[in-house]
Design a protein around this ligand. Sequence first.
Ligand code: ADP
Ligand code: ZN
Length: 606
Amino acid sequence: MTKEEILKTCFGYDTFRGGQEPVINALLSGRDAMAVMPTGAGKSICYQVPALMLPGITLVISPLVSLMRDQVTALVQMGIPAAFLNSTLTFRQYLLALDRAKAGRYKIIYVAPERLETEGFLSFAEQAEISLIAVDEAHCISQWGQDFRPSYLNIPAFVKRLKKRPPVGAFTATATPDVKADIETLLELERPVQVATGFDRENLFFAVRKPKNKREAVVELIRSRPDQCGIVYCATRRAVEEICGLLQEAGISAARYHAGLEPEERQRNQEEFLFDRVQVMVATNAFGMGIDKSNVRYVIHYNMPKDMESYYQEAGRAGRDGLPASCILLYSGQDVQTARFLIEHSEPREELDARTAEQLRERDFQRLRQMVRYCTTRRCLRQTILRYFGEQAPDHCGACWNCLHNFEEVDVSREARCILRCVMETGGHFGIGVIAETLCGADTDKVRKYHMDREDTYGLLRQHTQEEVRACIRFLLEEEALTLSAGQYPVVRPGERAEAFLKRTTPLVMYMEKEEIPAARRRSAVPEVLEGTAAERFARLRELRAGEARRQGVPAYVVFSDKTLRELAVVCPKTLEEFREVSGVGNGKARRYGTLFLQAMDAFRD
Ligand code: ADP
Ligand code: ZN
């Protein structure tokens, strides 16, 4: 079979996505490959298709235990013999799987990197015919990344012990040059074919919001998306607890996930979410690595992540099925303070000398500044992301908040000078509220208590509302002309760039939001919401899928993705042939589910 036929008959897809073909071709021709593709781009297909075409076994080295299980389950569903070898198996199960592997029962074997060094596995590998090695999450080999796994460094030694060196494919979503260079050298790739696909994810809608009250905003955002699955990322465990409680009080079905929970609870909550039994997962960034849930409809960041890499990876967990999904970041100036604090107080890693540690810290600050820029820019958000990853992009995508909203330019040069003066002259002892009250000439308890009405700057911005002045203060915080102290009662102080702001001669422009641009200008990349009978059918098919998933004890999306169900609801195939035409239905699944789903289709037509 050709690779196109495999794609169709086994996986049920009509065409390869960008980047998949060149990687597959390289591996099939015996060359090494290095693929940098964003989360959700479809890296697995790049090694699964060659695996089915090559004579021997494909080993997939992956650090993600939960992902392995899901991937193997998904492959078995398609009728592809696959297994995984990792620490979740009992020793007996492990030996059994190894015996079967020796007997040539599997085409694809997922293995944790630590296994490669064990005698039992080595003796199997040395004798087996291994046609391909795929290294998933290849950035784990680099010390520069967050996910460094020392055992990845042993992969080349393992490869050398094989009878014949098979082609090695390295896969990652991390695109920074340091990490890419590390992967190539440390994995000892031989003249790899390099493939990097566009980082754009067309179906994702991006927004950065600055709500006055984040707690209300997050509840509101989720309430307006009933029956949709989503993830809410928080910066700390405490925030996870708080927000999860808040959502539950609001009657939203939510579960929590962070490293402070017992492993059993983490596992249980994760499964509840994977199996669509809870709607929202509230989590720290500990959640998500290796979660291949395709129908996540939104990812909300309750706090700003520390850099764009983290943000795009986490946000990218939305809409992996290709249907529209939203990535919403709730930003506040306080997030910047917290992130700075964390960098300043981060423990340097032991193995690093002082100079390297300092360089790393400086780089972290640099990344943080880029992240803040994303949060505060009025330019197209998609363009901002893509440029960050070194790609060209048009000025206007039409599918992000900034493209859909009008902003008015306001010259705030005078306001900024007044605010800075007020902060400096009052010694940096007051919070945002008091400063705004003073400048607006308000007569409040605090103004009287601290004698602010005797200040020269009292009432200087009388013509503005306090909210306007507060907005301007927040803007100056973002621009680092002011900073907020840490602690329960943060006070405003001159920031690093205060002097520069006082000296500037060009007008200082702040953007204020105007009314929303009509929805008609939004581009529609993928089918719109289903209506009428199609919507009813879709609901009915979801029930059918849920029943089937329960029966087999697998997550629903392993049976069929939402995308497939939607298409089924619209197309309503009559025969097995037509059924197989639907995206996501291969021969394996057609055999497995054909009768059941075709019966349902018949019932629709009655
Ligand atoms: P990654 O590992 O790059 O994050 P996956 O391999 O998990 O992404 O693929 C993401 C989703 O895209 C999966 O649901 C997968 O089945 C789907 N997919 C991959 N390749 C194709 C294709 N050529 N056509 C349609 N869907 C695809
Ligand atoms: Zn845009």
